[in-house]
Design a protein around this ligand. Structure first.
Ligand code: NDP
Length: 340
């Protein structure tokens, strides 16, 4: 069967495409310009001729995906801006919402074979500010970020604009399904990952041009971008990109999957990664390349604020083992190292 993957050249999408090809699916990937396809074709040339790339220059345009959805059995919609540098919130929010509605609209009209649509949301669409640890579930919605963008508009912090874009796009998707439930032949699954780390198979010229999560990790660990205090007290949750790709593939395959599903390996403080990289032996970089470890940090007593209940992912997607921090860090560092 054929799966349509939007934003197919991205960090996470490339791993999804790879897993799908390995499992024998035909993949139709959308990219914004033809030039992004050359590198992809090279990466996947050993996996046969089941990859088809189509150019969708503007995902916000009505009917943008009309041709792309024809004949496919499932969709993974991943194309969405992911960065914290937007000034005008619309720069993130418009493509996130309109891109989502545009693919759902095209699927409704022309996706006669489609049985499942998987949209990549984020735990960003669940969290709220907190000073004490919280375990978030699929029932939590980040309405606070929407409110903050409404109030502060351009003056809202960059990450809040991104959080709002993911929350609004995911809500729009579920609203669309509710409104059209009589006429659609597919069901919707949203996969909510936290920070995604791990090795890259996407095109990359230098570490600083990595996607937002890897760039932040690289800057924190190898360029001391976070203060010692920040390293010890701030963090989030994370999962390896290969586990997240697997979750997307399972979300297509498992008939009982529906609704929102959080996929997360564990919570972390940034200093936990500092300890991990210093423990690697052999180490991909000389140990003094890494930000210094602070002996006053005690991982056993440290507080990790953002935690996620992953019971549903275990039950519905069968994801019960996650790649470890050591493995993820090692593979990611070797990758950065090899790309200079
Ligand atoms: P990348 O930046 O590597 O990939 C983003 C993809 O979306 C690229 O193909 C990009 O195309 C495309 N895209 C971005 N903006 C637009 C736009 N305005 N119109 C059309 N296409 C666009 O990021 P990731 O792989 O990390 O992210 C993939 C998805 O996963 C996103 O939806 C993101 O929100 C979500 N996510 C990521 C997490 C992470 O930690 N990485 C965590 C949780 C969710 P182009 O290359 O042409 O710019």
């Amino acid at each position: 069967s054929t799966v349509l993957v939007t934003g197919a050249n991205g960090f996470v999408a490339m791993w999804v495409v790879r897993k799908l090809l390995e499992e024998g699916y035909h993949v139709r990937g959308t990219i914004r310009s033809a030039s992004k396809g050359d590198y992809m074709r090279k990466v996947f040339e050993d996996l046969g001729d089941k990859l088809e790339l189509v150019v969708v220059p503007d995902i916000e345009k009505e009917g943008a995906f009309d041709e792309a959805v024809k004949g496919v059995d499932a969709v993974v919609h991943m194309a969405s801006p992911y960065h914290f540098g937007a000034v005008d919130p619309a720069e993130l929010i418009d493509p996130a919402i309109r891109g989502t509605l545009s693919i759902l609209q095209s699927a409704l009209k022309y996706g006669t074979n489609i049985r499942r649509i998987v949209i990549t949301t984020s735990t960003a669409a669940m969290v709220r500010p907190t000073n004490t640890p919280i375990v978030f579930t699929e029932d939590d919605w980040n309405d606070a970020s929407i409110q903050e963008v409404k109030e502060k508009s351009r003056d809202a912090p960059g990450y809040i604009k991104y959080f709002a874009s993911k929350t609004l796009a995911e809500r729009a998707a579920f609203d669309f399904v509710e409104k059209n439930k009589e006429s659609i032949g597919w069901d919707l699954v949203t996969i909510a990952p936290p920070y995604i780390f791990g090795p890259m198979i996407n095109e990359l010229s230098s570490p600083s041009s990595a996607n937002a999560s890897l760039a932040e990790w690289y800057q924190a660990i190898l360029e001391s971008a976070k203060s010692p205090e920040e390293l010890k007290t701030s963090g989030n949750a994370w999962a390896d990109v290969r586990d997240i790709a697997l979750a997307h593939v399972r979300a297509i395959q498992q008939p009982e999957a529906e609704g929102r599903i959080t996929v997360s390996a564990d919570s972390f403080n940034w200093h936990d990664w500092v300890d991990v990289v210093h423990s690697l032996n052999p180490s991909p970089y000389p140990p003094n390349s890494y930000v210094q470890s602070d002996p006053s940090y005690d991982p056993k007593t440290a507080v990790r604020l953002l935690n996620f209940d992953t019971t549903k992912a275990r039950r519905v997607l069968g994801i019960d083992k996650y790649i470890s921090m050591e493995q993820s860090a090692r593979d990611m560092l070797e990758d950065f190292r090899s790309r200079g």
